[in-house]
Ligand binder design. Structure first.
Ligand code: 1GP
Length: 244
């Protein structure tokens, strides 16, 4: 069976990932969401958040039962590990200088992930400043890369590739007022050959188009779909249009 990474590294296609924060979906909302997902499937479901109190395996299991899509963990912390998922974006927060988020938690997680036998995608996770403090900034105790310093973002992404990470994720933070800017995305895209994921603050199809056109291979959308799950079809339509 092909891994999800095999799909992601085929950069001839744009991908759309939907992020589910377990704390923001009760059974009814999750049911409603899976209805939309089954009519208009994204490429990937991500489950996680900077701080969740709801057990992640309940949400992962519900999504696995309700859809046929790959479900990956998008871990905010060590409580968000489960063997019910198909895989994990194994995030190393290379924009920050907090050793726990660069390698410490990974050491603690490694034996559990080995036992779980799920797909692991080593991901260089880069938080980009967006004008407001975000949960991920506070919870990770790291500072984001300034939005007006694309050269730092480029060098960080290049270092991530040289270190052997398999994808780079540019993150404005969940619920950000604005997404990572197209100029920064373009400049990072030019200097790395890895698949590029961009998320945080993508609230409209227009914004998603700009992010894709700047060079994102996969976008991640969470908050906008919590507010209006019908938008799943619009993001899928955009992805299909760009891939046709
Ligand atoms: C967060 O990039 C994801 O880590 C999604 O962000 O909730 O703002 O869509 P939003």
């Amino acid at each position: 069976m092909n891994s999800f990474y095999d799909k992601l590294r085929d950069r001839s296609k744009k991908r759309f990932a939907l992020l589910v924060d377990p704390d923001n979906y009760d059974d009814r909302l999750l049911n409603e969401l899976t209805g939309h997902i089954n009519r208009n499937p994204p490429d990937l479901l991500l489950v996680g958040g900077s701080m969740t109190s709801h057990p992640i395996e309940i949400t992962v299991t519900a999504l696995k039962l309700g859809t046929k899509l790959p479900v990956f963990i998008f871990p905010g912390n060590l409580f968000q590990l489960t063997d019910r998922a198909d895989g994990i974006l194994f995030l190393s927060m290379i924009s920050g200088r907090n050793p726990a988020f660069l390698i410490g938690n990974h050491v603690l997680a490694a034996p559990h992930l080995d036992r779980a036998g799920i797909e692991i995608i080593p991901t260089g996770y880069m938080l980009i400043e967006n004008g407001h403090a975000t949960s991920v900034e506070y919870m990770s105790n790291t500072r984001p890369i300034p939005a007006n310093k694309p050269e730092i973002a480029v060098a960080t992404a290049m270092a991530g590739e040289m270190l052997g990470l398999k994808t780079i994720y540019l993150e404005a933070g969940s619920g950000a007022a604005r997404s990572v800017g197209p100029d920064m995305i373009r400049r990072v895209r030019k200097r790395i050959s890895l698949p590029l994921i961009v998320g945080g603050g993508i609230r409209s199809v227009e914004c998603a188009r700009e992010v894709y056109n700047a060079g994102a291979d996969m976008i991640v959308v969470g908050t906008a779909l919590e507010q209006d799950p019908e938008l799943v079809s619009s993001f899928c339509a955009l992805r299909n249009e760009l891939n046709s």
